[in-house]
Design a protein around this ligand. Structure first.
Ligand SMILES: Nc1nc2c(ncn2[C@@H]2O[C@H](COP(=O)(O)OP(=O)(O)OP(=O)(O)O)[C@@H](O)[C@H]2O)c(=O)[nH]1
Length: 217
């Protein structure tokens, strides 16, 4: 579907509305789009060039639609993926069940695929801890049992969250602009989807180093 050369294929999987597209936006464009939710139809592709030592590697990220209507299509997109980011919403227990479904499927069908579990929307827990529906220790136990590479929960500060939503809406500044301003003011960059992607990016970077020049699609 994309004519671009891709060295490493990465696929995003998870129930609808968990925030897959938002994570990709954060990673590729360093922004969080505020506005009405638009579900992904089928899948979307985006390329991200990253430096690995003295060479560049192009990640091809397939952001699949979470709706079960597109389940068959999502299977096409994870084929040949070197890494899968399986997302669940920390405030939605059914999304973790759906994440387990994708993990099982990947383990059965894509032996070489590195799987990362990613809990999203932790800023909502900062607002109200009682909104948590997926216990971190349950995820940890599950991950331990399944021999996972990494579990990421994107810890964020409510202050940055407020800057990015309230201020952005009032002033019409792009969230990305506010994010950068916030970053300059604070040594710890914190915002929605940000910390999770930083960890995932580190992990993907490490993987591409391991794969070296052999990681052709
Ligand atoms: N509070 C909060 N909201 C988020 C976060 N990430 C995503 N959202 C919101 O959750 C909704 C769904 O986000 P998407 O990124 O479109 O979700 P998706 O998983 O790509 O959804 P599908 O395309 O249907 O599979 C949107 O309204 C986002 O603004 C987050 O970290 N915190």
């Amino acid at each position: 579907m994309s004519g671009q050369r891709v060295d490493v294929k990465v696929v995003m999987l998870g129930k609808e509305y968990v925030g897959k597209t938002s994570l990709v936006e954060r990673y590729v464009h360093d922004r969080f789009l505020v506005g009405p939710y638009q579900n992904t139809i089928g899948a979307a592709f985006v390329a991200k060039v990253m430096s690995v030592g003295d060479r560049t590697v192009t990640l091809g990220i397939w952001d699949t639609a979470g709706s079960e209507r597109y389940e068959a299509m999502s299977r096409i997109y994870y084929r040949g993926a070197k890494a899968a980011i399986v997302c669940y919403d920390l405030t939605d227990s059914s999304s973790f069940e759906r994440a387990k479904f994708w993990v099982k499927e990947l383990r059965n069908q894509e032996e070489g695929c590195q799987i990362y579990l990613c809990g999203t929307k932790s800023d909502l827990l900062e607002e109200d801890r009682r909104r948590r529906r997926v216990d971190f220790h349950d995820v940890q136990d599950y991950a331990d049992n399944e021999l996972f590479q990494k579990v990421a929960e994107d810890y964020v500060s409510v202050a940055a969250f407020q800057v990015m939503t309230g201020e952005a809406a009032r002033t019409n500044f792009l969230p990305a602009t506010l994010f950068l301003m916030r970053q300059r003011a604070s040594p710890a960059p914190v915002s929605r989807c940000c910390q999770a992607w930083k960890r995932i990016a580190d992990a993907l970077h490490a993987l591409t180093v391991v794969w070296g020049g052999e990681c052709k699609e």
